[in-house]
Design a binder for this molecule. Structure first.
Ligand code: AZC
Length: 828
């Protein structure tokens, strides 16, 4: 027997590698059906085949998992811990089968029983333990750490209900609970032996032992149990398997027997319900702070459990915590786990007896912090009285860290009052709050943004003063996406074409896609490239026809905007442009219009009123335009409900045009922009986030940039707010807005969008009016370009060929080298 990832090895070996031929696989799948599921192949239902196939694949992963764990343990290499409140994983079966190179033999094995592998893969529920970009990035990073040989562990929360299921009822978003665990989860392993007590509330006592400095001891009033659930994450070619460890909250005493026996059957379960509530639901907040006590409990719960686990593992292999930072790197994915800084200090000082200065050196050297947004409404801050009540000792520690930092800033750098209040961990202005961004910043040796522009803006805006205090600390790590999921798995047609044309080297080193660049000039290749795109569009059209009964023409431009719905992402601008185009087509039927399909998908935070109105508007506009015979084949608008990772896998390969049109300076990076371009879509976008670097890589002739730049937006915001004068002098815009506000798209409720439009007149905060004309013109130039298919497809090929740099393998290598000093290229 070999060591399970958590059990010490007892010196035995890894089992013989399993055979991967279709005969063996078919036999094993039937064995699983019989002995693990209790079904004859003749009786087996679709879900039984999914489960049996998953179990056969899982066995192979486990062999690699043990081998990886043994290797890492033996090498004593530095480990990387990625702490993230969100992992937007999606389905795992196809990813695992692809990375283990089993697609062909498993497909054949199942075919013997008349079962289709694609059908089986599509049955798997989508693990949606995240909201959007930040959570999906964490999932791409887990896969890339395994693929590039970084010994990484992801720590997060095992939410019972992931991101809500979105339905559209009469045009409006309806949120329904998501239930990914309902059929069980064959990928996870519960590790009861790895459970920890997590405290909340109570008080702090000072303990004085003779001859020793006084010690603070936290006596929590409440305790819950954090229980580990492990999911193996298999890297490319199965060479390394890492662990995603998600924590589930349970009561220490599952039932209060006294209460039960005295007849209070509900009261007997109160504790249990309260504990389990911590990991019951994912907060559906994206780019907006979710200011609830339960959210702070979630943050502390998973941070504290992860730190106890890290320390236990470290002390199992080392004599003390002195060398923690040499053996452990902890990355804070945004501020959600930032309380870890105070918690590690508490563990080092109060529990392990370190003096403050030493503990602070270890803490700072261990943590890194990634910022994902500059939006003020998304920056986390907790009311002091809440923080103090829930985490009294951590609050004291934060005060002490703050005092040290402030002293240093005024003594060493001569900071004045305004600068001190800007860097303070305590916001005194809004009813006294703890600023989690500042805490994460001062507690980390490296702080990074997620695109070049975003990192520069961090230095100039939110962290301006902290940057002055610690000028070496901020660095950039531009995001990336895993090419396994976002090219190989979601676009087998393109992968096959590229393999035939340039050989398989790009599968192992995605930057070798550049070998395909000259093929942009090869007419035969362009034709094949276009045929793959058309097939992908037809597949998406089928999905839309099944789900929404809307028929699309795969020869029209597929113009797609899919992402969270937010004012700064400007789906509204896109809808206004659709209406203006609709008006023009109706007014000038004699002109030759390029047929276009505008596709939207995305979820709005349930409490975000404007975002929900935008969804409603998209659906109302779609209803009217799609039923107007005057534009029938020239314009269609579609809102596809319930955007998630699996839907994205169908959408990304099917786009001609990718909409990345955020108000410049507000989208930290974007990652959808990368997935689209990698699959050969042209981008229409602003100079925002990673679009800036995409422009540098794909070349300015292959990307369509319009609108105000970040500094121009900032300037305009200082000067003018009203959109009125622009609206009045831009008939296309005015007519579109008039139509919206007079109820053309909502005859049953004509005032529905009155506020949405009047807000634009009064305050063009998101620069929708300011950018409208440039956007319109760029769209029309794309209409013309599409008619020249040679030119369009050549640009599309250049996009795919030049996007290799935007792989999360590259991002992870940069983190490993510059922040973690870990992994194959480590600098120790
Ligand atoms: C997102 C950013 O909005 C997006 O631009 C970026 O690509 C992504 O993170 C990954 O870095 N942010 C979030 O999803 N959420 C928050 C709270 O910022």
């Amino acid at each position: 027997m070999s060591a399970s990832p958590e059990i010490e090895p007892i010196g035995a070996t890894v089992p013989e590698p399993r055979q991967n031929d279709p005969d063996t696989l078919a036999r094993q799948i039937v064995e699983k059906l019989t002995y693990s599921i209790g079904k004859h192949p003749e009786q087996a239902r679709k879900y039984d085949w999914l489960r049996a196939t998953t179990l056969v694949v899982r066995d192979r992963i486990i062999d690699h998992w043990f081998a990886s764990t043994d290797r890492i343990r033996a090498s004593k290499d530095k480990r990387v811990y990625y702490l993230s409140m969100e992992f937007l994983i999606g389905r795992l079966l196809r990813d695992a089968i692809n990375n283990l190179q089993l697609t062909q033999p498993i497909g054949e094995a199942l075919k013997r029983y008349n079962v289709d592998l694609d059908m089986v893969e599509l049955l798997e529920p989508d693990a949606a333990l995240g909201n959007g970009g930040l959570g999906r990035l964490a999932a791409c990073f887990m896969e890339s750490m395994a693929s590039t040989g970084v010994p990484g562990v992801g720590y997060g929360i095992r939410y019972v209900h992931g991101f809500f299921r979105q339905e559209i009822a009469e045009g409006a978003q309806v949120e329904l609970p998501e239930t990914w665990l309902v059929h069980g989860n064959p990928w996870e392993f519960e590790r009861r032996e790895s459970s920890y007590e997590i405290g909340f509330g109570g008080k702090v006592m000072t303990q004085q032992e003779p001859g020793k400095p006084p010690r603070q001891v936290w006596r929590p009033a409440e305790r819950v149990l954090a229980v580990a659930f492990d999911t193996p994450i298999v890297g490319w070619r199965g060479e390394q398997v890492n662990t995603l460890r998600l924590w589930s909250a349970q009561a220490i005493d599952p039932i209060l027997l006294d209460a039960f026996n005295s007849g209070d059957h509900i009261g007997a379960l109160v504790e249990s319900n309260k504990a389990e509530a911590i990991t019951r639901v994912l907060y559906p907040a994206d780019s907006h702070q979710a200011g609830q006590e339960l959210r702070l409990r979630q943050e502390y719960f998973f941070s504290a459990a992860s730190l106890q686990d890290i320390i236990r593992r470290h002390l199992g292999e080392n004599d003390s915590l002195d060398n923690l930072a040499e053996k452990v790197a902890i990355q804070l994915n945004d501020t959600h786990p930032a309380v870890s800084v105070a918690e590690l200090m508490r563990l080092l000082v109060d529990v392990h007896g370190y003096d403050w200065a030493k503990a602070w050196t270890i803490t700072r050297a261990t943590f890194g912090y990634t910022n994902h947004t500059l939006l003020p409404e998304a920056l986390e801050h907790w009311p002091i009285n809440l923080f103090e009540r829930l985490l009294p000792r951590q609050m004291q520690i934060i005060y002490q860290i703050n005092a040290d930092i402030i002293r240093q800033a005024s003594q060493d750098k001569g900071f004045d009052g305004a600068q001190i209040s800007a860097i303070s961990l305590i916001d005194e202005g809004h009813g006294r709050r703890v600023r989690m961004g500042q805490l994460a910043f001062v507690g980390s040796h490296a702080v990074n943004g997620v695109s070049a522009l975003h990192t520069e803006l961090m230095k100039e805006t939110v962290f301006q003063n902290l940057h002055q205090l610690y000028p070496e600390r901020i660095q950039n790590k531009t995001n990336g996406v895993t090419p396994r999921r976002w090219l190989m798995e979601c676009n087998p047609g393109l992968t096959g074409l590229l393999t035939d044309a340039i050989g398989p080297r790009f599968l192992d080193d995605i930057e070798k896609l550049a070998d395909a660049d000259p093929l942009a000039d090869d007419a035969a290749f362009r034709e094949k490239f276009a045929a793959v795109k058309r097939a992908n569009k037809a597949r998406l059209a089928d999905v839309i026809s099944d789900r929404l009964a809307i028929t699309l023409d795969p020869d029209a431009i597929f113009d797609i905007q899919v992402k969270r719905i937010h004012e700064y992402k400007r789906q509204f601008l896109n809808i206004i442009e659709a209406i203006a185009l609709y008006n023009q087509i109706r007014a000038h039927p004699e002109k030759s219009w390029t047929p276009r399909v505008k596709i939207f998908a995305g979820k709005a935070a349930p409490s975000y009123v404007q975002a929900k109105e935008i969804i409603h508007l998209a659906n109302d506009v779609a209803r009217l335009i799609n039923s107007d015979p005057a534009v029938r084949d020239l314009l269609k608008v579609v809102f596809v409900p319930n955007y998630n990772v699996s839907l994205a896998e169908i959408i990304m390969p099917a786009a001609d045009l990718s909409e990345q049109i955020s108000t410049a300076g507000l989208e930290a990076s974007g990652t959808g922009n990368m997935k689209f371009a990698l699959n050969g879509a042209l981008t229409i976008g602003t100079l925002d986030g990673a679009n800036v670097e995409m422009l540098e890589h794909v070349g300015e002739e292959n990307i369509f940039i319009f609108g105000l730049k970040a500094d121009e937006v900032a300037q305009r915001r200082r000067e003018a707010h009203s959109g009125r004068s622009i609206i009045e002098r831009t008939p296309l815009l005015r007519e579109a807005l008039d139509a919206i506000s007079t109820g053309v798209f909502a005859p049953e409720s004509p005032a529905r969008y009155h506020t949405l439009v009047s807000n634009l007149y009064n305050n063009d905060w998101w620069m929708i009016c300011a950018d409208f004309e440039a956007y319109w013109k760029t769209q029309r130039s794309l209409d013309s370009l599409f008619l020249d298919q040679n030119a369009w497809q050549s640009k599309a090929v250049h996009n795919t060929a030049r996007m290799g740099w935007f792989s999360s393998d590259r991002s992870i290598r940069e983190y490993a080298k510059d922040i973690w000093q870990a992994g194959p290229g480590k600098v120790t």
